[in-house]
Write a protein that binds this ligand. Structure first.
Ligand code: CS2
Ligand code: MN
Length: 355
């Protein structure tokens, strides 16, 4: 595996590349053209500029998270081919820049959903939390306001104002899209992009829906083992793979994470490893990475990745806000660095005992 951290670019991130460079074991970052909107073509010069900036700091650009998919593609609208052509153009440029992993998601309208961005834990740290009743009591617009007001004016990934300015229209286009239709639309998209992925050896890594069930009545499909195997099987190409995000699949306690990892051998191209603490069936919070602080067995998750020979980029995903740090919620330096150290420790022990 290659240990990485997500970095949003100099203009948007409170964490600096030189700080990431000092986290032991981190050799790369996962980044994106953060100012771009879904549907736009990524220009080669912009990708190369991002890459050189990262390399100048002594790190590699280990992959893209995310190259977002336009809602016309997800909803299967008549203009989807225009946006798929643009996506293919962006992939070509990503390939030309020598990059080989692209994370994306196929969630209608919203990216991840949480009801709180800064729930206080007993140790005084603040974390993302989800409470089903609180989410059920909101209309989508309120959800958007809540995410943005809780972020101290920091732009949250997946909740970009451009997209959210049209929430009502976006909901409208999904009126007739059920899970089956969404699967069809994903298949159509994947079949069209696979040739360029093969040409440049770009591994597509779909991010699971977070939480792993329908919110606000929108269909969601990347939620469990059966669905993800259906997805990898319906376009049976190694370049059609997944981001194994423990914190997202793990929102549903029925998902057996190590078993899911083992069933996806050869198709996991990126891993997000973090822990959650369940307080009751409809309520969880994002605890520290340490197994004993949350509900997952992190050793078993890392062991499963080791067993399948996972060799792609991995990152600690979200962290708690600790030590008074002011940063984008979930993406501060300190707790993610602790997460890295812990995951690296587990990995070293696994290698030595299972090597
Ligand atoms: C990420 C997702 O911050 C996060 O929770 O794991 O937003 C992820 O980047 C996207 O879903 C990928 O498209
Ligand atoms: Mn994730």
């Amino acid at each position: 595996m290659q240990m990485t951290m997500r970095w949003f670019g100099d203009q948007y991130d409170t964490v600096k590349l030189w700080q990431i460079r000092q986290v032991p074991g981190v050799t790369g970052v996962i980044s994106t053209l953060y100012g771009s909107v879904p549907g736009e073509v990524w220009q080669l010069r912009d990708i190369l500029a991002l890459k050189s900036e990262i390399e100048a700091a002594g790190l590699s650009l280990s992959g893209i998270e995310s190259l977002n998919v336009h809602d016309s593609i997800k909803a299967g609208l008549s203009d989807r081919d225009v946006y798929i052509d643009n996506y293919i153009e962006s992939l070509k440029n990503i390939g030309e820049a020598g990059l080989h992993m692209v994370c994306y998601n196929f969630m209608p309208v919203f990216d991840w959903t949480r009801s709180e961005l800064a729930r206080v834990r007993p140790d005084g740290s603040t974390v993302f939390a989800y409470n089903q009743e609180a989410v059920d009591a909101l209309v989508p617009e309120e959800m958007f306001d809540r995410v943005n007001s809780g972020a101290d004016g920091i732009l949250m990934p997946g909740w970009e104002p451009e997209r959210m300015a049209h929430v009502k229209e976006l909901f409208e286009i999904y009126r007739d899209v059920d899970e089956e239709k969404l699967f069809d639309n994903l298949k159509y998209f994947l079949e069209r992009i696979m040739p360029v992925c093969n040409e440049y050896d770009i591994k597509m890594a779909i991010h699971p829906d977070d939480p792993a069930w329908s919110v606000f009545g929108l269909p969601r499909i990347i939620t469990n083992k059966a669905n993800i195997l259906r997805m990898t099987g319906m376009v049976d190409d190694v370049h059609n793979g997944v981001t194994f995000c423990a914190g997202s699949y793990g929102t549903n306690p029925e998902n057996d994470l190590p078993d899911m990892i083992r069933s996806l051998k050869g198709r996991i191209h990126f891993a997000h490893v973090r822990n959650l603490k369940f307080n009751s069936p409809g309520d969880f919070e994002e605890s520290a990475h340490l197994s004993s602080d949350g509900s997952f067995d992190m050793y078993e998750i890392m062991l499963a990745l080791y067993d399948i020979g996972f060799d792609g980029p991995i990152r600690p995903d979200h962290g708690r806000m600790i030590w008074g740090e002011k940063a984008m919620p979930g993406y501060g330096l300190y707790d993610r660095a602790l997460g890295v150290a812990y995951l690296n420790g587990l990995w070293e022990a696994i290698q030595k005992t299972h090597g």
